[in-house]
Design a protein around this ligand. Structure first.
Ligand code: ACO
Length: 400
């Protein structure tokens, strides 16, 4: 006894598209993707050119304004971001409420959402000025909060931001310096971290960005919306994949066991998937993965790392490019595959990988949120295809 589908006509017509594989939910000028050809453009600029010639804060400006900044605009923007990196001191107390072994993504969801309780003076979403202020605050404070989450987890004091350092450099400083010793940030590592941020900056209507848009469409404040985006990003099919890649490499452990895992990935009856392979949109090589691969080579050469897990990663990459199963299904290594390798080589703990993705994605989330509010968009309200029982009479407890 399921509902009579003809009854749906009384509700008007709608499309049924689980997973939104072919439904556009909005118009956007921010990012263009051609998954078949492996093209990704922000404001019309190819991602590989941005990664090579631009930097993260400039890319952030581009996403927010649709144009590259002039020299003066860029300087002013960097200054603004740099001077908002500190967090309200009371916010530090929040961390003490978490267990030391809490996942840093759990801490990020809580603390970023809590920013709305500290910065009341930028919560009027109808005001351009307020929206800009919140945007600057978010982009500036995310690395500080992320580094605090890491320091808390290892029982070290928080390290304050330094205004004389670049964005990525400052993040690595807050992660690895201690009150006893300043961490000297290698320019190669700072550059690779900046590239990781650029390559993650936006990817149009992915699950977390759509979550930010949907939450924002209700008029919720930006800090709450970004916190929702962080929560959506956490899953292993999305931002959690870079962490899942490393966990998988550790599980494989040795090159001799690769065939066993590849066979599992190909087995239709086994739910196992090779993490870091495949993409919903890219059915060709992910253009970000190309840049990330070369950044990974630079970092490994700079650090002279000789890690057996990296040998496993290299072999998996070769197999995916040769094996008919992966070729036929167009399962190429994705951006998370290489970013996981870089972050591991830099000494960043696996649990922080998705946090770093969240830092990188923040300008994209904000750009879409802002675009949606500025366009006076309707509240997002997907429909459903009901498959439950037809209307029936309530059954009293003694008759069930
Ligand atoms: N390993 C083995 N087989 C795979 C993999 C994989 N990683 N990914 C997809 N397949 C297979 C599926 O089993 C399916 O096979 P079938 O046609 O025989 O049923 C086929 O390829 C298509 O897969 P779908 O799940 O339909 O593809 P979808 O577009 O829905 O999923 C996704 C894309 C979620 C990224 C998937 O490839 C996956 O789970 N990859 C591993 C996780 C991962 O790396 N995620 C990061 C995504 S990138 C990002 O968020 C930045």
């Amino acid at each position: 006894d399921v509902v009579d589908v003809s009854a749906l006509t009384s509700q008007g017509m709608f499309t049924y598209d689980p997973g939104f594989v072919s439904t556009a939910a909005c118009e956007s000028k921010i990012t263009y993707i051609d998954g078949g050809q492996g093209i990704l453009l922000h404001g019309g600029y190819p991602i590989d050119e941005l990664a090579e010639h631009s930097d993260y804060l400039e890319t952030c400006w581009l996403l927010w304004n649709g144009e590259l900044p002039t020299k003066e605009e860029k300087e002013r923007f960097i200054e603004l971001v740099t001077h908002h990196t500190m967090v309200h001191d009371q916010l530090s107390a929040f961390f003490k409420g978490f267990r030391r072994d809490a996942h840093p993504m759990a801490i990020m969801c809580g603390v970023v959402g809590a920013l709305s309780a500290f910065y009341h003076d930028s919560l009027d979403i109808t005001s351009d000025k307020h929206r800009q202020k919140s945007a600057i605050r978010l982009i500036a404070k995310m690395p500080t909060i992320a580094a605090m989450a890491y320091k808390f987890s290892i029982g070290q004091p928080f390290i304050y931001p330094r205004n004389d350092l670049g964005y990525a450099e400052n993040f690595l400083h807050m992660m690895f310096s201690t009150p006893c010793e300043d961490y000297k940030v290698s320019p190669v590592l700072a550059d690779a971290m900046d590239k990781i941020f650029i390559l993650h900056a936006d990817h149009e209507q992915n699950a977390s960005t759509s979550t930010v848009r949907l939450s924002g469409s209700t008029g919720a404040n930006p800090f709450a919306c970004i916190s929702a985006g962080i929560a959506a990003l956490w899953g292993p099919s999305h931002g959690g994949a870079n962490e899942a890649v490393l966990n998988m490499l550790e599980e494989i452990g040795d090159v001799s066991r690769i065939d066993e895992f590849v066979a599992k990935a190909k087995d239709k009856n086994d739910p196992f998937r090779l993490m870091g392979f495949g993409h919903r949109v890219y059915k060709n090589f992910d253009p970000r993965a190309k840049v990330m691969k070369s950044a990974a080579d630079d970092v490994l050469a700079e650090l002279g790392v000789n890690d057996p897990l990296l040998a496993v990663a290299k072999r998996l990459e070769e197999i995916a490019l040769e094996d008919p199963y992966f070729k036929e299904k167009k399962l190429y290594p994705n951006v998370d595959f290489y970013s996981g390798i870089i972050l591991k080589a830099m000494g960043i703990p696996t649990s922080m990988f998705t946090v770093i993705f969240a830092l990188g994605r923040t300008p994209g989330w904000i750009a879409h949120w802002n675009e949606m509010i500025a366009a006076n968009s309707k509240i997002g309200r997907p429909r459903q295809l009901y498959t439950g029982p037809a209307q029936r009479k309530f059954v009293p407890l003694d008759q069930r």
